[in-house]
Design a protein around this ligand. Sequence first.
Ligand SMILES: *Cc1c(COP(=O)(O)O)cnc(C)c1O
Length: 452
Amino acid sequence: MSFIDATLTIPLGGPTLPQERRLVTALPGPRSQELLARKAAAVAAGVGHTVPIHAVAAGGGVVVDADGNSLIDLGSGIAVTTVGSAHPKVAAAIAAQAAQFTHTCFMISPYEDYVAVAEALNRLTPGDHEKKTALFNSGAEAVENAVKIARKATGRQAVVAFDHAYHGRTNLTMGLTAKAMPYKSGFGPFAGEIYRAPMSYPYRDGLSGADAAARAISIMDKQIGAANLAAVIIEPIQGEGGFIVPAEGFLPAIVDWCRANGVVFIADEVQSGFARTGVMFASELFGIVPDLVTTAKGIAGGMPLAAVTGRAEIMDASHSGGLGGTYGGNPVACAAALASIEAFENEGLLERAREIGEILRARLESMQAGDPRIGEVRGFGAMIAAEFVDPATKAPDAALTAAVAKAAIAEGVIVLTCGTYGNVVRFLPPLSIGDNLLHEGLDVVAAALAAA
Ligand SMILES: *Cc1c(COP(=O)(O)O)cnc(C)c1O
């Protein structure tokens, strides 16, 4: 039995949805409440949710729920619907491919769209060296494979990840992830040969990029030993950890050290990639060329797809049959990726991300000027965050952060939090959002902060 009342007009998704914030009930409304009760009864308790609604449509800059409420989307389903939800060309590509064939398994019978996605990623990722790509289903799976590939290519085992890192929820990627709650607690033991180095976090450590890199390199050199180290993995701008932007010079120094020591440098661009920061990949902002890049989230307009792209000699070190998976590079997901990549390249989305960044930064900095509880505003493009603190001590203020997010959501604005200390509100709007909605969403956040 469908829960949705047949008499209720369900709008089609995509950019034709009325672009407005509209609350016709308190959240959650009665239909969402009914669905949330079913969720609680049927879905494992460990699978939480942030916004107490059930979605029926999304597009442009809104998510519409089962009661007809229309919420402003400042989260993109965690940086996934960067081209917009149900982008017409992506939806058409998905429908056409689904009608043609849905699966053969690329390892059984290859098909062109997988190869075309690999060609596009080889072209778009930083650096003009020869590259190869392998496709997977999720960001965590891409990270797992990047580590596999680096170990095989180097014959070494150790892997370094950083403080505040987030790399996923599978066993290896939980081990790479820094934060215990909610990602790791009780889910161990974790994989071996994972080491942690200190991150550059200029707001909190006050170190220059060079000094922060020297601190990390000392640990890699003295406590792990370069000769044992297969790979260093880092998010150029950390996502879940708090949108931490390393000090200038930090990443290039780490890359130089890796290259001098035969260590594979992996940039995890799962959250920061695909036009998010106003360039195709955040590595470009820091002038670095990674050996391997992991991508997922924004790659395919919401379809599950992920990739490892990198130096041909590293990617080709794995024996035939050593990489793959039943669904990796599914043809429907690949068709969605090709349509999304075309949108990134031909619909001015890099410029749009930069415009959104200017609006976000200006509005958040003006809030900060009148409210010292905003300790720092940081990020690039449509990946910008505000860190909330006790103004006297700079101590993280997670309670304020949670209160602001909760109040904004209750008023129909989807905002997400993040940060090791839970004290960062992050803004990840779809690039299809209009200026008016973006401003209205920020008005609501400002009012929530003023009232908190
Ligand atoms: C989300 C994320 C992952 C994990 O991706 P999934 O698709 O959820 O497995 C890995 N790395 C980073 C930087 C992420 O933001």
